[in-house]
Design a binder for this molecule. Structure first.
Ligand SMILES: CC(C)(COP(=O)(O)OP(=O)(O)OC[C@H]1O[C@@H](n2cnc3c(N)ncnc32)[C@H](O)[C@@H]1OP(=O)(O)O)[C@@H](O)C(=O)NCCC(=O)NCCS
Length: 178
């Protein structure tokens, strides 16, 4: 696994030091065994279990199709990374670079980030977000976005802690009659 040094844009807020992995798709911490790497087929059960724990719904077909689309797709700007501690999967992040989506120049989107409840508050999600942002930078984009449920104050607190702010878009929706 290669070590990648953290890079921050001038708009990013400096974070306090943590005992977690340095950023990068395949970074391993020098002082702990937390590491971030691209997902492998053998990680899927742990990811499915973790998602079911957080959302209350097991979506095996969904995760299998996501794996087929994202694993090994880094060249197209798609990232599905897992965090492991002592070889056990304790978190994951998924995102991709989208070109001119909603009329905006190419930027990175984070679609999902989860850490196992018993492994939280140790800097794992921070390391995952930094790693995927490093992948986005490598793809040449300098902006990262996400969308979250307004009731989910936990994920909002996390993203705010990383320096993310309200963006220029508003989500709209309507019911479709079937
Ligand atoms: C949000 C989540 C990813 C954070 O993971 P984590 O590994 O615990 O996060 P970190 O340890 O890197 O925390 C970084 C910062 O986030 C904020 N944060 C994390 N958990 C928090 C909590 N329970 N309350 C308030 N702030 C919190 C803090 O500012 C924290 O920094 P600090 O520890 O220095 O105060 C994790 O709680 C999770 O998986 N929650 C469920 C996610 C979810 O709902 N996913 C579905 C939609 S994508």
């Amino acid at each position: 696994m290669s070590k990648i040094t953290a890079q921050r844009s001038s708009t990013e807020r400096p974070k306090k030091e943590r005992q977690s992995a340095p950023p990068g798709p395949e970074a391993a911490a020098a002082s702990s065994t937390l590491s971030i790497r691209p997902v492998r087929r053998g990680d899927l059960n742990a990811v499915i279990e973790m998602d079911a724990m957080v959302t209350g719904i097991e979506k095996r077909d969904y995760w299998n199709s996501l794996y087929r689309r994202y694993a090994d797709a880094v060249a197209t700007g798609q990232h599905f990374l897992v965090a492991t501690l002592s070889d056990e999967v304790i978190g994951f992040v998924i995102g991709e670079v989208r070109d001119w989506e909603f009329g905006s120049p190419p930027c990175g989107w984070v679609f999902a980030i989860d850490v196992r409840p018993d492994a939280r508050l140790g800097g794992t999600a921070t390391a995952l977000l930094q790693a995927i942002c490093q992948g986005f930078r490598k793809a040449g984009v300098s902006k990262v976005r996400t969308l979250l449920s307004r009731d989910n104050t936990l994920i909002l607190s996390f993203f705010r802690s990383q320096g993310m702010m309200i963006g220029p878009f508003i989500p709209l929706e309507m019911d479709l009659e079937l």
